[in-house]
Design a protein around this ligand. Structure first.
Ligand code: IMP
Length: 206
C-alpha cells in the first residue's frame, strides 16, 4: 500500500509556472499547500534518465532535499511504429538547431519530424501513439511513490486545431475524431494522461 501524504506543504519540483498552477488546483481539496521549486530557489537537476519515471524521480529527489515532500511530473509522446520515440526526448525534438538565431521550441518542426519518420515506413504504417505522464512523489527520508497515466490514440496529419500545446494538433484520442487541439480544454483535461496519473495518485495517497 502507498504511503499516505499528510496535509501541509509540498514542493512541486518544477520551474514551469503553468504546471505549478495546474497541480496546485488539483491538490487544493486535500489540504496540500504547494510551493514551487522556483520559490524555494532549489536547483534544477539535469534530466539524464532514459524513462519518464527516472526523470520524474531525479527531479522529485532533488526537491525533497528541501526537507519537504516533493512531487514532479515527466511526460511525452510515444509512437508505436517508432519504437516508443520520441518518449523522454519529446521536448528535445522541438529544440531548434539553428547555428545562429533565436532559441526556443518549434512544435511544428517536431510534429513534422515524427510525420517524416512515419512516412518513411510507407502508407500503411501503424499510426498508434500515446501520451504518457509519470508522477513521482518523494519524501525527505527517500521514500518514493510513482504513478503512470496514459491516453492512447493515433497521429493525424496535417496538424489540426489551435488549442492546447506541444503535439496536441496531431494527436487524436481513442474513440474520438478531433485532435487534442480541437477539443475543449476541459474535455482534454478529463481524459488526458496527466488526469489519469493524478487519479491514481489521489486514490493511493489520500
Ligand atoms: P516535460 O514533461 O515538461 O519534460 O515535457 C514533455 C513534453 O511532452 C512537452 O514539452 C510536450 O511537448 C509533450 N507533452 C506532454 N504532455 C502533452 C500534452 O498534453 N499535449 C501535447 N504535448 C504534450
Amino acid at each position: 500500500m502507498a504511503r499516505k501524504l499528510a496535509p501541509g506543504r509540498l514542493v512541486i519540483a518544477s520551474h514551469n509556472q503553468g504546471k505549478v498552477r495546474e497541480i496546485r488546483d488539483l491538490l487544493a481539496p486535500y489540504g496540500i499547500e504547494p510551493v514551487s521549486a522556483g520559490e524555494l530557489d532549489l536547483p534544477e537537476p539535469e534530466e539524464t534518465g532514459v524513462t519518464f519515471a527516472e526523470n520524474a524521480l531525479i527531479k522529485a529527489h532533488a526537491s525533497a532535499l528541501s526537507g519537504l515532500p516533493a512531487l514532479s511530473d515527466d511526460s511525452g509522446l510515444e509512437v508505436r511504429a517508432l519504437g516508443g520515440r520520441p518518449g523522454v526526448y519529446t521536448a528535445d525534438w522541438a529544440e531548434r538547431q539553428w547555428f545562429e538565431g533565436p532559441e526556443g521550441r518549434d512544435w511544428y518542426m517536431a510534429m513534422g519530424k515524427v510525420e517524416g519518420l512515419l512516412a518513411e515506413q510507407g502508407p500503411d504504417v501503424d499510426r498508434s501513439a500515446a501520451f504518457v505522464c509519470t508522477l513521482a512523489l518523494v519524501w525527505p527520508d527517500g521514500h518514493e511513490e510513482v504513478f503512470e497515466g496514459r491516453v492512447n490514440g493515433h497521429l493525424t496529419w496535417p496538424p489540426r486545431g489551435s488549442l492546447g500545446f506541444g503535439y496536441d494538433p496531431v494527436f487524436v484520442p481513442q474513440g474520438g475524431a478531433q485532435s487534442f487541439a480541437e477539443i475543449d480544454p476541459a474535455e482534454k483535461h478529463a481524459i488526458s494522461h496527466r488526469a489519469d496519473a493524478f487519479r491514481k495518485l489521489v486514490a493511493a495517497v489520500f
